[in-house]
Design a protein around this ligand. Sequence first.
Ligand code: KE4
Length: 430
Amino acid sequence: MKRARYEKSKKAYRSARKFLPGGVNSPVRNFAGVGGAPVFIRSGKGSHVADVDGNDYIDYLGSWGPLICGHAHPDVVKAVTKAMQGGSSFGAPTERETELARLVTDAFPSIERLRMVNSGTEATMSAIRIARGYTGRDLVIKFVGCYHGHVDGLLVQAGSGATTFGAPSSPGIPKGYTRNTIALPFNDLDAVKRVCARRGKDIACIIIEPVAGNMGVVPPKAGYLEGLREVTKKLGIVLIFDEVMTGFRVARGGAQEVHGIDPDMTTLGKIIGGGLPVGAYGGKAEIIDCVSPVGDVYQAGTLSGNPLAMAAGIATLKRLSRKGFYEKLEKKSANLAAGLEKSARDAGVPTFHTRVGSMMCTFFTEEPVTDYDSAKKSDTKRYARYFHSMLDRGVYFAPSQFEAAFVSEAHTNDDIERTIAASADVMRTL
Ligand code: KE4
């Protein structure tokens, strides 16, 4: 199929940069991780998106995870249209908020209470404030390579030693904001035990992506999450599973269902909004009831729980609660992963593949990837060539080696076969 050039995208990019830093409203979108100018998307339907030049793509970005049912699913379109006709926002309680909360707690037994917010960042920021309010402690442990949104106190790079507190990883964050944040290597339980042995009584919470998706996809080592649960229970540290990406993705009940772990708090986002802005934090009632107006920890939001976002989330969660939804998704995802792995092996290109459910990653490296240090050894230039060559063939992966590819309900077997064939072609050129 002859591919249109990207002229209109380039023109759109020039216009956008007059008003928007980097021409985008979120940094990773502007292809800095792979070079070149971003394509501007005009529309999406099912598993495909079309850019402003009329090029069609099989989409494995899915808006970075939310669109597990595909773009513009009729159920979601119908629900949001109906909601809009009744008014978009009231700043007052509505029954749709209760309905979405019920669907979430039905899938996540560890969540007894929750609150809706408007993004994953709001969810994690609020969860940490509540963990600190509940425990009366200040310290937070996070993990290098895990991303929890652009929360000041969580934008830290690891200190040189395990117990060195994080230094801000972005200008604009006062040193004091990260003084209480300890950044440790992912998948290293001994590092956590050493810090907890010394400072356990001062640690409010540990926040972790139970399956990391922001350094590429990196699953937890056997026993790692269980070890975190044990040490936090013993020391009264709140264990927060950041399932903004993994919630309803790797299983209906997220990574905590896959690994059988009962965290104290969970943060959610992406899929629960069905493509509209929704985040949520939830967990044990005695912890969540610390938040205003029941408790004294303050958190608020004008559009939290708005009818449109709730309608999109409800329609999406109802779809993925259907019998066989995840079994079908698992089969398609396994086929794609096997095909991509084979395409690299047949071409003699060293890659390391990871997958948990319908989120996966092809690392361009010979070594196993188990944490951020090993992920960083990937050949990002080779990934960039792979990305652009696949894009030219009508396959849209994440514009960064350190992200995930997502399969949706809408992806067809033909999509998967075409993707594998394109990958086989491209790998031979790398
Ligand atoms: P948002 O504030 O972007 O809704 O969510 C922040 C967040 C929190 N926790 C996890 C585990 C996340 O993956 C995210 C956001 N994920 C990125 C993709 N890696 C969003 C894409 C972007 O930043 O544009």
